[in-house]
Design a protein around this ligand. Structure first.
Ligand code: PHE
Length: 497
């Protein structure tokens, strides 16, 4: 309605002189008119010019006098023709009217002030102050002298009034058109496009932020690890089976059935399907024999090996289960040397804390060839870890059921200024390799480490729950560096074991 009023008026008139007067004339609120003018001005339908006016407004005191009369008038009318004592008069009109009223009435020479008595000096007075205040209230003009007098008595205060004068703009039309935002097949074929008013391009408008996929730090470091293995001539092992039988996870690795790692406190066993369906029977028989009574120069463990125990399905506790499958497969054909690696998930029934989860990723490498020695293992580890940026290595004797000798690997961390454990390694035992059918002179050197640990070091994360699981901050995934190189230089935070 306000928009029609403005545009309609300008169709036949040059100018809206004063938006305030215009609003009164049209019976529309000034605020509404102002909003429409601003909007039309933005779209160049009209050109609006600011007008400012000083207006007068009654103060609270002014409002009271406009309603009840000025104090001097109230005082005058309270004086009876015979006069009154000051005390009685004060009681009659109240303190504030008495005080101000006396002053003003005296000044106007309306009253005679005696020592104790007050009496009228004139018979009749007009309340001009009230009349002026009422005029201001009604928006009528006063002369400057009167304004000054009211201002001095703080009965009125100035107020700036803002409005507009309005003329037609360059894009004036009697009715506003909604600008079209698209040139469509329909408006092209109907010819409607000729009449349409198109919205102007806004070249400084920001586009939608492009959202792509983001790689988790674990995936990035996994990729770096894979690159290192590939550069060193390793082939990837197929690790796409989280569920494994106890046979491949433990028995094939010469891990006795009473070993504590095979307890449900350490390993997740499956309820359904709880057992494996097939195992290579002739190989199973050889594994049973090596556990029970040994062979190939070994005395074995001297216990009753149970098939039911090896049938039990579990979530693999290490990717070495995959290594045992791969080596068995290798032994079924004429021997060729191999270098294998994998980076994939393993599961252990562990108490979760800042550095341990019940699942993590294991990096595993192995080389299978004739006549390999512990020196070869140390040399390969030196090569592997220096490609990760860790050049100073130390080895500590360790124990694994499936390797002999076994070595823990320590790397000197230049950032932490100390030796940190970086992995586990060894040479697979003959009790593991010979039942598979590998030639007697074939040796396998192997090592394993977690993916989480180097990732935490590289990305300066000191709580594993910030890296993996439901508490991970997606912001970290979106904003972490594409790549971090050199295990020993990067971190600010120390990673504890
Ligand atoms: N399987 C071992 C682990 O779980 C790692 C390892 C792999 C050790 C190969 C020696 C040889 O830690």
């Amino acid at each position: 309605m306000a928009e029609e009023a403005v545009l309609g008026y300008l169709e036949h008139n040059e100018l809206i002189k004063d938006s305030g007067e215009f609003a009164v004339e049209k019976g529309i609120s000034h605020d509404e008119i102002v909003n429409v003018i601003k909007s039309l001005n933005g779209y160049k339908y009209v050109i609006a010019k600011d007008i400012k006016k000083e207006k007068w407004q009654l103060t609270a005191e002014g409002q009271a006098y406009a309603a009840n009369g000025s104090p001097e008038f109230q005082l005058f009318t309270a004086i009876p023709p015979e006069g009154i004592s000051k005390a009685d008069l004060q009681k009659k009109v109240g303190d504030s009217v008495f005080k101000i009223g006396c002053q003003q009435a005296n000044k106007n020479k309306w009253v005679e002030m005696g020592k104790t008595q007050v009496s009228r000096k004139v018979e009749h007075v007009d309340d001009n102050v009230k009349a002026m205040l009422v005029k201001i209230k009604d928006g009528e003009a006063l002369n400057q002298e009167d304004i000054d007098a009211l201002k001095r008595r703080k009965l009125i205060s100035p107020q700036t009034w803002k409005g507009y004068s309005v003329i037609k703009g360059p894009d004036y039309a009697p009715k506003r058109k909604k600008p079209a935002t698209d040139l469509t097949r329909e408006n092209l074929s109907s010819g409607e496009w000729k009449e349409l008013e198109f919205k102007k391009y806004n070249f400084s408008a920001k586009g939608f932020p492009t959202e792509g996929g983001y790689l988790h730090p674990l995936l990035k470091v996994k990729r770096q690890m894979q690159m290192i293995f590939l550069q060193m001539g390793f082939e990837e092992m197929p690790t796409n089976n989280y569920v494994e039988s106890s046979f491949w996870n433990f028995d094939a690795l010469f891990q006795p059935q009473q070993h504590p790692a095979r307890d449900s406190h350490d390993t997740f066993f499956l309820k359904e399907p709880s057992t494996t369906r097939t195992l290579p029977e002739d190989y199973v028989a050889r594994v049973k024999q090596i556990h029970e009574s040994g062979g190939h120069g070994s005395r074995g463990y001297k216990y009753d090996w149970k098939r039911e125990e090896s049938n039990k399905n579990l979530l693999r506790t290490h990717t070495t289960a995959v290594s045992s499958r791969m080596l068995y497969a290798l032994a079924q054909k004429p021997f060729v040397p191999k270098k294998y690696y994998s980076v994939d998930r393993v599961f252990r029934n562990e108490a979760v804390d800042r550095t341990h989860l019940a699942e993590f990723h294991q990096i595993e490498g192995l080389i299978c060839d004739r006549g390999l020695s512990l020196g070869d293992l140390q040399g390969v580890l030196q090569d592997f870890f220096s490609r990760l940026g860790m050049t100073k290595l130390r080895f500590k004797p360790a124990y694994n059921p499936y390797t002999e000798p076994s070595m823990e690997i320590f790397g000197y961390h230049e950032g932490f200024k100390k030796w940190v454990e970086v992995g586990n390694s060894g040479m697979f035992r003959p009790e593991m390799l010979l039942p598979m059918g590998l030639p007697e002179d074939v040796r396998v050197i192997a090592w394993g480490l977690s993916l989480e640990r180097p990732t935490m070091i590289l990305y300066g994360i000191d709580n594993i729950r910030d890296l993996f699981g439901h508490k991970v901050d997606l912001g970290l995934i979106k904003s972490n560096p594409i790549c971090r190189i050199g295990l020993q230089y990067q971190p600010d935070d120390e990673v504890s074991d």
